[in-house]
Design a protein around this ligand. Structure first.
Ligand SMILES: [Cu+2]
Length: 157
């Protein structure tokens, strides 16, 4: 039995990402960087991280309009498939059933976060590592499609 395996090679790249994360958290505001806008929708605080062989994408969508909207589809060039998932915890079992859409009511803000809704990227063309940035397309029923750049962050326990 060897010593524990470091999950990340904390070298220059690790230091670089930590610096980026520190800079990103210094906004002094709850709203993080704007990842993309389409119509009345503003997407902020986007990040992605590995979950087993797949990658989960999280972000906040604010609907500044007077019309209810919904996220209905996602895609990414690096992924053969992208699905909207919900995380459901029942006792010790965690499932991620696909959902047809994620509602974004008028004048409201919804956050996709660990333990809840997320976009799951599957069938990846290449493994993603922290520091990568991936392009993700989000299609909303009313507003249309937003293309956002999503940084890959380390998995946090
Ligand atoms: Cu999932």
């Amino acid at each position: 039995m060897k010593g524990r395996t470091a999950p990340w090679n904390v070298g220059l790249m690790g230091a670089f990402v930590l610096a980026l994360l520190a800079a990103a958290s210094c906004g002094g505001d709850d709203t993080g960087p704007v990842a993309g806008k389409v119509g009345a929708l503003e997407v902020t605080d986007a990040y992605a991280r590995g979950v087993m062989d797949d990658v989960a994408v999280y972000f906040t969508v604010k609907n500044t309009g007077d019309t209810d909207d919904a996220l209905v589809e996602a895609s990414a060039e690096v992924a053969g498939m992208a699905t909207l998932h919900e995380t459901v915890t029942e006792g010790v079992n965690v499932r991620m059933p696909p959902v047809a859409e994620i509602e974004i009511p008028a004048q409201e803000e919804i956050t996709l976060q660990p333990g809840g809704y997320h976009v799951m990227l599957m069938d990846l063309e290449r493994p993603l590592k922290e520091g990568d940035s991936i392009e993700v397309r989000l299609t909303f029923r009313q507003a249309g499609t937003a293309t956002i750049q999503v940084p890959v962050v380390p998995y946090a326990e």
